[in-house]
Design a binder for this molecule. Structure first.
Ligand code: HEM
Length: 312
């Protein structure tokens, strides 16, 4: 395992993430309690977004007062309105994180960033993090925590509300919620492409010649709908069997946050459906808009009708 990945991988094991479950349930329940009932609400800004943002900020010890501006920067970084605004958000985020790391050095707090700060300066450690590496790691993890799971939660709900037979199936067999999240990962690919790879040697792939040094970006969205591997790939099907999707990437760089993202999405969908037995889309599906960048794709808004709340 690459050195930098090894230094943080221990914090993202399924066991560490399972320990967060009660807190994730609590945050989701609080958010649901804040939705109008009955009424209509935007499920992205009211639920799918604040859930993972609160979890990742608590995990990293980002003070509550800073979370809104942090999110504005991270959003601008991933989907910049222009190259200038993207660069200025990256600068602001980097300066903010450098300052937060500085503050963590002085205070012995119980959060992941404080742990990384401690790892960074352990005397005689086999491979301590340099300050730049620490900053880069905090940057990557916090931005990933902000810009990905929101799209998975909203995509899963969108899929269920636009496929009433699958929603009915899930309501009758709630234990399929994990399958619903996996199928949404395959069907929507919230991170739709990998970071660039560079060809180490010349390569011929499906009739295309790739010379040494050329940049290659892999479409995970296309891979997860490859008809050679996924029969009837455009169908959203909770009972789908067969090969695993590629929504979290593959191999050496397989997503480190996958256990966290899966846990959050399963809890979010399970609690939402339980809380809102009559949940329905409050907009024409064709009118919904999607925000797409080089890496991520997700709904801008998901207007829903809440109806009566409580058990059916
Ligand atoms: C639905 C949610 C998520 C999806 C679909 C997703 C997807 C991905 C994908 C496809 C990659 C591989 C990129 C490549 O090969 O170039 C990746 C890497 C990574 N993800 Fe995620 N991710 C999600 C959530 C998260 C979360 C919540 C975190 C952390 C808080 C996270 C942290 C990372 C890190 C650190 C890497 C780089 C791993 C490495 O290079 O060794 N991800 N993710």
């Amino acid at each position: 395992m690459p050195r930098l990945r090894r230094l943080v991988a221990g914090h993202f094991t399924p066991a560490r993430i399972a320990a967060l479950r009660p807190r994730i349930v609590e945050i989701a329940a609080d958010l649901l309690a804040g939705l109008p009932e009955p009424g209509t609400a935007d499920l992205v800004s009211g639920y799918a977004l604040p859930l993972p943002v609160t979890v990742i900020c608590e995990l990293f010890g980002v003070p509550e007062a800073d979370r809104t501006v942090f999110h504005v920067w991270s959003n601008e970084l991933v989907m910049p309105a222009s190259p200038q605004t993207g660069a200025s958000a990256a600068g602001a985020l980097g300066a903010y994180l450098a300052d937060l790391i500085h503050r963590k050095r002085g205070a012995q707090e119980a959060d992941l960033l404080s742990d990384l700060v401690a790892t960074a300066r352990e005397p005689g450690a086999e491979s301590p993090l340099t300050s730049e590496e620490l900053l880069g790691m905090a940057f990557l993890l916090l931005v990933a925590g902000h810009e990905t799971t929101v799209n998975l939660i909203s995509a899963t709900v969108h899929a269920l509300l636009t496929h009433p037979d699958q929603l009915e199936l899930l309501r009758s067999e709630p234990e399929l919620v994990g399958s619903a999240v996996e199928e949404a990962l395959r069907h929507y690919a919230p991170v739709h492409a990998t970071a660039f790879r560079f060809a180490a040697e010349p390569l011929d792939l499906a009739g295309t010649h790739i010379p040494t040094g050329d940049a290659v970006q892999i479409s995970l969205a296309a891979a997860s709908r490859d008809p050679l591997h996924f029969p009837d790939p455009d169908r959203f099907d909770l009972r789908r069997q067969g090969p695993a999707h590629l929504a979290f990437g593959h191999g050496l760089h397989h997503c480190l946050g996958a256990p966290l993202a899966r846990t959050e999405a399963v809890i979010a969908v399970r609690l939402l459906l339980h809380h809102c037995p009559d949940l329905a889309l409050a907009a024409d599906p064709a009118a919904l808009t999607w925000r797409t960048s080089m890496l991520v794709r997700g709904l801008s808004e998901l207007p829903v009708r809440i109806g009566s709340v409580g058990a059916r």
